[in-house]
Design a protein around this ligand. Structure first.
Ligand SMILES: C[S@@+](CC[C@H](N)C(=O)[O-])C[C@H]1O[C@@H](n2cnc3c(N)ncnc32)[C@H](O)[C@@H]1O
Length: 251
């Protein structure tokens, strides 16, 4: 099957316009979503720092039950909405406190990690939180980790049980044990899938430390569940630079 995703992106990162650019981690995470559709189908997915919105397009494509796309930057959100419209995805532009999952499958919500209110985030109770290339600014990290820890605290049963019986699925056969363990982990509570290029090890270690202080487990699953090479645009980056981390709340 061929999938064409038109996106309006900034190509000039050198002039500081990083927000509307397409980052390698979102390409990698998009390949992961398209490779392991069963992980995301019928799940409530919540993305932090959505940027141009490629993950949202992929999550909608694999029929996530709800897709909440957020960003702290108003111009990025405007561009994100435009991209959803270019991909003919109906979406709703709402504020955090007015979000209503019954209104629309894909929602675009302004969410700055610094000003996010715990009571507003509690309402979402996602099954899967996603983030691509969001670990880079040390000053934002305490706020980002706080948002992750609120979203990863489970207060309701998972919205759909894992289906481990899809024997016909070629990918599930190839990766059965690792995929199974991911699905089993998801059955116990929400998880975050955070894809990141580690550009500064100190920043990344700081992120790890904050996660541990906030009772968040973080595991590098890059080598254990590898997505298929699906997006040609990813070839302009070094695939091996991207790490995929699985996060959950440690009980
Ligand atoms: C490096 S870009 C990655 C964008 C997209 N996830 C991708 O991989 O293509 C980081 C994104 O996080 C958002 N962001 C950065 N700091 C933020 C903050 N403090 N609160 C909310 N969003 C933030 C930016 O606006 C930007 O869209």
């Amino acid at each position: 099957m061929q999938m064409v995703v038109p996106l309006q992106c900034s190509l000039n990162m050198l002039q500081g316009d990083t927000r509307c650019a397409l980052w390698p981690s979102s390409l990698f995470l998009s390949e992961f979503i398209l490779s392991y559709t069963e992980v995301f189908t019928k799940k409530l997915c919540f993305e932090v720092g959505s940027g141009v919105g490629l993950l949202g397009v992929c999550l909608n494509h694999v029929k996530a039950s709800q897709v909440v796309l957020t960003d702290g930057d108003a111009s990025s959100l405007e561009n994100l909405k435009l991209n959803l419209e270019m991909n003919k995805i109906e979406n709703l532009d709402v504020s955090l406190d007015k979000s209503d999952s019954s209104l629309c499958t894909v929602q675009c919500i302004p969410l700055s990690w610094e000003s996010a209110e715990e009571s507003e985030l509690w309402r979402f109770q996602p099954d899967i939180v996603l983030g691509a290339d969001v670990i880079y600014d040390p000053s934002c990290l305490p706020h980002l980790v706080k948002v992750l820890s609120i979203l990863l605290t489970r207060r309701k049963p998972i919205s759909s049980k894992p289906n481990n019986n899809r024997d016909t699925d070629r990918k599930a056969k190839l990766e059965s044990s690792n995929l199974k363990s991911l699905l089993e982990q998801m059955a116990t509570g929400p998880v975050a899938l955070i894809a990141s290029v580690i550009r500064n090890i100190d920043t990344f270690n700081y992120f790890r430390k904050l996660c541990s202080q906030n009772n968040l487990d973080i595991r590098d699953i890059t080598g254990s569940i590898w997505p298929f090479n699906l997006l040609p645009y990813m070839d302009s980056y070094r695939r091996s630079d991207v790490h995929l981390f699985l996060q959950s709340y440690s009980k």
